[in-house]
Design a protein around this ligand. Structure first.
Ligand code: HEM
Length: 202
């Protein structure tokens, strides 16, 4: 059964409920899920944390996102954590990393073992949705190699600088890009299904 809720009434009734911190936006409901999954496709379409700036720009462009939208969306790494195996190469091999930051991460992410140990993507304020992620990049404290690529002397440095001083423009751009992402090729008609349990196919 499709759940189609008029956006206006949903907004007035529910939006405040979800506004914990950070930006908010209207989520389009009634999205259908695929009944199949492809590991190969996921791995080819999802950007890897080892990508350089050029490849990140291409990965997002392939989905219709501008470089500016890519930088805004990356700001979601203001919350959440990463497994050690995704940032090990960065903390042991990269040179564009704050040395104190790298040393502190090595305790929880040894060069061998501890693959699944977690560290926050934004060490400054790991559970608050703010623009500290961009300030961290300016201090070479991006956790993932891909994070630091956004501020490494390239074309996106200026936008990182802008978001680091203007959290409201980050919030606005992030919310708009999230709505756009939610509109990426939704399944329609009889394709896919509306799940009765979000975690599994019916
Ligand atoms: C720019 C390219 C991106 C790359 C290379 C990337 C990579 C990663 C990696 C490797 C992790 C750690 C996953 C784990 O250890 O389980 C992660 C976590 C996360 N990413 Fe991204 N990501 C990117 C963009 C995004 C975007 C666009 C969003 C959403 C708008 C996003 C939201 C998150 C969140 C919320 C987490 C934390 C998950 C958790 O704590 O469980 N990321 N990302």
């Amino acid at each position: 059964m499709a759940i189609l809720v008029p956006v206006s009434s949903w907004k007035s009734e529910r939006l405040g409920f979800w506004r914990l911190n950070g930006p908010s936006w209207i989520v389009q409901l009634g999205r259908r899920d695929s009944t199949t999954a492809s590991l190969t496709l996921a791995n080819s379409d999802l950007p890897a944390p080892t990508l350089n700036l050029s490849n990140l720009i291409t990965a997002f462009s392939n989905k219709g996102f501008s470089t500016q939208e890519m930088v805004a969306l990356s700001g979601s790494h203001t919350i959440g954590q990463s497994n050690c195996r995704f940032f090990r190469a960065r903390i042991y091999n990269d040179t564009n990393i704050d040395s104190t930051f790298a040393t502190s991460l090595k305790t929880n992410c040894p060069s061998v073992g501890g693959d699944n140990n977690l560290s926050p993507l934004d060490e400054t304020s790991p559970t608050t949705f703010d623009n500290a992620y961009f300030k961290n990049l300016q201090s070479q404290k991006g956790l993932l190699h891909s994070d630091q690529e956004l501020f490494n002397g390239g074309s996106t440095d200026s936008q990182v600088n802008a978001y680091s001083t203007d959290s409201s423009s980050f919030a606005t751009d992030f919310a708009n890009a999230m709505v756009k992402m939610g509109n990426l090729g939704p399944l329609t008609g009889s394709s896919g299904q509306i799940r009765t349990n979000c975690r599994k196919i019916n």
